[in-house]
Structure formats: structure tokens, C-alpha cells
Design a protein around this ligand. Structure first.
Ligand SMILES: [Zn+2]
Length: 116
């Protein structure tokens, strides 16, 4: 089954899911954007996004591969069943396009002794 999605259709102005019902779908696509957005065209990366297909009613064990195409789309496919594939457009200006968020320092511990 192939899904072609312009992620902007599923996001509100804050790059959050446009409706609560879209949350899990948006998070799945956002993860693929985090993995794929920083690729060079033609490069591919293995992700930790699980295939959603159930061939023969048994969950597929595949983890999606994502690649950036020459025309700047992200394309994800399951390498095991090859039965799930997703084309993502409209991802470039989202919060997820530059990969995982930057690290930040942990909050100050309440008890300095915890550092010893
Ligand atoms: Zn699969």
C-alpha cells in the first residue's frame, strides 16, 4: 500500500497535528522527516519506524528505509515486505526537517549532593 502525503495538510500553524485524530499519523511521518530531511539526494537511511503492514495477519518485522529523491521528496519503504511505502512532500519548512532537536543541558538538580 502506498501513501502519498503533503505533511502540511496534516499540520497546524505550529507544526502540530491539525486534529487529535491525526496525532499518531503525524508523529510517524515527522519521525521519517527527522531521519530523511538531512540526507543528500540519493542517500538512504535505516530508521526505527516500524512497518505497519500485517502480511498473513502477522505483523511485519521490517523497519522502514528512507531516502531523499532527486526532486526533494522523502520516500520510505519497508525492505522486508515491500508492501508499505510512503512519499512525503511539503516537509522542508517543518520543525522536523533539520533532524533531531539540538541537545540542551538538564535542569539544575535540587540537591547539589546528587552531583557527587
Ligand atoms: Zn513490511
Amino acid at each position: 500500500m502506498h501513501l502519498s502525503v503533503d505533511i502540511r495538510d496534516w499540520l497546524d500553524d505550529n507544526d502540530e497535528p491539525a486534529t487529535p485524530a491525526l496525532r499518531s499519523k503525524v508523529l510517524r511521518i515527522a519521525r521519517l522527516i527527522e531521519y530523511g530531511g538531512t540526507l543528500e539526494p540519493g542517500e538512504m537511511r535505516i530508521t526505527l519506524v516500524e512497518c505497519s503492514r500485517r502480511p498473513g495477519r502477522k505483523a511485519c518485522d521490517g523497519l522502514l528505509f528512507v531516502t531523499k529523491t532527486e526532486d526533494d521528496l522523502l520516500f520510505a519503504v519497508c525492505p522486508i515486505c515491500k508492501n508499505e511505502s510512503i512519499t512525503i512532500s511539503g516537509w522542508q519548512d517543518t520543525l522536523y526537517a533539520d533532524g533531531p532537536p539540538q541537545p540542551f543541558p538538564p535542569p539544575e538538580p535540587k540537591d547539589p549532593a546528587l552531583l557527587n
